[in-house]
Design a protein around this ligand. Structure first.
Ligand SMILES: Nc1nc2c(ncn2[C@@H]2O[C@H](COP(=O)(O)OP(=O)(O)OP(=O)(O)O)[C@@H](O)[C@H]2O)c(=O)[nH]1
Ligand SMILES: [Mg+2]
Length: 168
């Protein structure tokens, strides 16, 4: 059965990059298994009814997600992350659909462990009301032609981490 994957987050957070990278992984093999649906949610904290309607319409037109990848950026936990989390849960039933918080831009972790920032900050997320099925740190940063590609291992590890989430 095909699984619908909703990739949800603010603009420029790395949703398209993430989808493209996962689909290009040699182990992906999911052309008949997964359909990715990208939803950009730049919400005004005071614009809830309109945003809820937009998201409901999107879900009605495209999919009822089997899993949600909720993409945020490593760094401070921002008000729009909390607002987006609340928005998502006006249309997604809590505890029924797995929601994975994907923390992007983890190339900045000094120890090279993609998950370390998520692990350190899980209590803060929880305090903010963001309590996902799982946290996963990723990075799809690219090198440049002068310094080569120091991030390829991180990208590879990120693809594998995402692939292992998709079947949750
Ligand atoms: N440094 C860094 N850059 C990233 C990472 N992931 C994505 N980017 C860059 O962020 C930029 C935006 O990425 P997109 O994938 O287009 O973001 P998006 O969420 O699809 O954006 P919209 O479709 O406009 O909402 C691109 O230049 C990516 O190369 C990351 O983990 N680290
Ligand atoms: Mg995009």
């Amino acid at each position: 059965m095909v699984r619908n994957v909703l990739v949800f987050g603010v603009s420029g957070i790395g949703k398209t990059t993430l989808i493209r990278e996962v689909m290009s992984d040699p182990d992906y093999g999911g052309d008949n298994k997964y359909i990715f649906h990208e939803y950009t949610s730049d919400i005004e904290c005071d614009g809830k009814p309109k945003n809820t309607k937009q998201l409901k319409d999107f879900i009605k037109q495209s999919c009822t997600p089997d899993i949600v990848l909720f993409v945020v950026e490593r760094g401070r936990i921002l008000r729009h992350d909390i607002a987006n989390w609340n928005l998502l849960h006006t249309v997604i039933e809590k505890h029924k659909t797995p929601v994975i918080v994907i923390v992007n831009h983890c190339e900045q972790n000094s120890d090279g462990n993609l998950d370390s920032w998520c692990i350190d900050n899980t209590p803060t997320y929880h305090k903010s009301g963001i309590v996902p099925t799982k946290f996963v740190g990723i990075s799809f940063c690219y090198g440049n032609k002068f310094i080569g590609d120091p991030y390829s291992e991180l990208r590879c590890a990120s693809r594998k981490a995402l692939l292992s989430c998709l079947s949750l």
